[in-house]
Design a protein around this ligand. Structure first.
Ligand SMILES: *Cc1c(COP(=O)(O)O)cnc(C)c1O
Length: 546
């Protein structure tokens, strides 16, 4: 189908000529421009096609021998790919941090791809480099609020960096801990520093058993990747239980002391500015003091929650963030920028020099090439999308959206509380919450049951929640995710819960009511619902007779 000539002339056309104006490609473009929502809503995740069936469409390992016409290729993309992608723009898609984008990203992304700048060095990006530096400066200012002379001195300084722009929160967390590691194990007389000599030599020189990172169990899995990639080892991620949902500063201090007394050194404490699962914010201010006490780095992972700083009404939820040595913020989360935009921001403009790297043909000494202090090499001009969104929405625009997200989460929590068939498992600090579907008889039984019965009941409720979550996803009208959590009222038993992220400004309260109604209907239609009620009656009965 649609086989094109193999000729340089044809390939030359592919590079240079736009397709004629009613080609399939032009139609796709027009359709997308006319209404992205419409375009996507025709293709809500199709339940009829299993992943295994879709895999059949992507199973040939051989590179196609001959070129294909762009139009016929576009047609096959529509059929094989677009029709089976996920409608993250849907107002009832409330399960993940990936949501709808403002419309202007579509035309602006053409600039990005069209210009194809590479931010690794000025020679391939020119004005994009100062733009990226300004974006990092704006985020630095949002967190640390330094005075004008500070930004005049450092924003465009070749010898400093206020942060590192990267593809996401994972790389940002790795970058921050990389800087912390290289600073802690830096050069000294007789030692060239960890960056040159390596970790084994650094441990010997500094007489360190192991380096560890302290965070709560709710820490993002990227922290585990970070300690692995940096050579510390995953066992040195000291993730502490957080029965009260956030990292307890006293526990962190005790654990840090215990670890250091055993001949190790704490590299960093990571406070989370909005956990991925529940949106809770660690006590950043107190954790900063603990880090000081232990003499270690303080990093705040605010990949999701960092955008809360735009809201003067809610920014106090991140109190203490300005004490962090480094902060991670993802622009592709609550800043409504397309995927591929993360930032690690450094309090001290000197710090990035701990990872500075020079090469002969680029990144020459004294150049302003951003690639000298970023983990990644070639990078696109994604900072432009952040720059544009910051301008088009403005701080006050962001404030409206963030405040609305939090209010919506609070009213969803009230809806859940008021409904007898649901139990809220974590209340929203930011725009995330978790809950589960649970017959009222079971909720009652749980309040009187002994430990063994609680475990039995909870395990059955877990199965109900999993069943409902899958059935709802497969029905394709709405999407809520699920996770497993230890909650204050389940001793330390982990339970399965629905997880909701309220990020789409177009999600209405009616959408939320409909989602709950659908879940109840699905739950009541399951055999396990009746089994649960029976078990609850038994438990209540025996507990009453004890
Ligand atoms: C999403 C998230 C990350 C990882 O970010 P990616 O952009 O997915 O790499 C890290 N930390 C937290 C708290 C997050 O929510």
């Amino acid at each position: 189908m649609g086989e094109a000539q193999v000729s340089l002339k044809h390939l030359f056309r592919v590079f240079t000529k736009p397709e004629h104006k009613d080609s399939k490609l032009a139609q796709i473009e027009q359709h997308l421009s006319d209404n992205i929502m419409d375009f996507l809503s025709q293709h809500v995740v199709t339940k009829k096609t299993s992943l295994e069936e879709i895999e059949q469409d992507f199973s040939l390992p051989a590179v196609p021998e001959s070129p294909e016409f762009v139009s016929s290729h576009a047609e096959s993309l529509l059929e094989k790919l677009v029709a089976h992608s996920v409608n993250t723009y849907s107002p009832t898609f409330i399960g993940h941090m990936t949501s709808a984008l403002p419309y202007f990203h579509l035309p602006l992304s053409k600039l990005l791809v069209g210009l194809n700048q590479n931010l690794v060095k000025i020679e391939t990006s020119k004005a994009f480099t100062p733009l990226e530096r300004q974006v990092l400066g704006m985020m630095h200012n949002l967190i640390y609020d330094r005075d004008e002379p500070f930004y005049e001195e450092y924003l465009h300084s070749a010898r400093h960096a206020l942060g590192a722009f990267c593809s996401g929160g994972t790389i940002a967390n790795i970058t921050a801990l990389w800087v912390a590691r290289n600073k802690l194990l830096g050069p000294q007389p007789g030692f060239s520093g960890v960056a040159r000599a390596g970790l084994a030599a650094a441990y010997r020189h500094y007489d360190i058993g192991n380096l560890g990172v302290i965070c709560s169990k709710r820490g993002h899995y990227s922290l585990s990747k970070a300690v692995d990639a940096l050579g510390l080892g995953r066992e040195q991620l000291l993730s502490l239980p957080c029965p009260a949902q956030t990292l307890n500063p006293e526990d962190a201090l005790r654990e840090g002391r215990r670890y250091q007394e055993a001949g190790n050194k704490v590299l960093a404490i990571v406070g989370i500015g909005g956990t991925t699962e529940t949106g809770h914010v660690d006590p950043l201010d107190e954790l900063a003091d603990v880090a000081k006490e232990l003499g270690c780095w303080f990093h705040v992972d605010a990949a999701w929650g960092g955008a809360t700083l735009f809201s003067s009404n809610n920014r106090s939820k991140l109190n203490g963030i300005a004490k962090a040595d480094s902060v991670t913020i993802d622009a592709h989360k609550q800043m409504y920028v397309p995927m591929g935009a993360g930032m690690a921001i450094f309090k001290d403009p000197e710090d990035a020099n701990a990872v500075r790297h020079h090469a002969q043909y680029i990144l020459r000494e004294g150049s302003k090439d951003l690639g000298a202090t970023t983990l990644e090499g070639s990078r696109n001009g994604m900072a432009m999308m952040v720059y544009s969104t910051l301008h088009i929405l403005g701080r006050r625009g962001y404030e409206l959206i963030i405040d609305q997200n939090i209010e919506k989460a609070q009213s969803f929590a009230s809806m859940i509380d008021a409904h007898e068939d649901f139990a809220l498992t974590t209340t929203p600090t930011l725009s995330l919450l978790t809950y589960r579907v649970c017959p009222p008889q079971v909720q009652k039984a749980l309040s009187v049951a002994g430990d063994a019965d609680k475990v039995r009941l909870n395990q059955k409720v877990d199965r109900l929640v999993v069943g409902v979550q899958k059935a709802q996803r497969e029905a394709g009208k709405s999407f809520v995710s699920r996770t497993r959590l230890e909650c204050p009222n389940t001793n330390s038993q982990a339970i399965t819960v629905f997880r909701v992220v309220l990020a789409n400004p177009l999600t209405t309260k009616t959408d939320l009511q409909n989602i709950l109604a659908e879940q109840v209907e699905l739950a009541k239609g399951m055999r396990i619902w009746k089994e649960l009620i029976k078990l609850a009656d038994q438990v209540s009965h025996t507990s009453a007779s004890v």
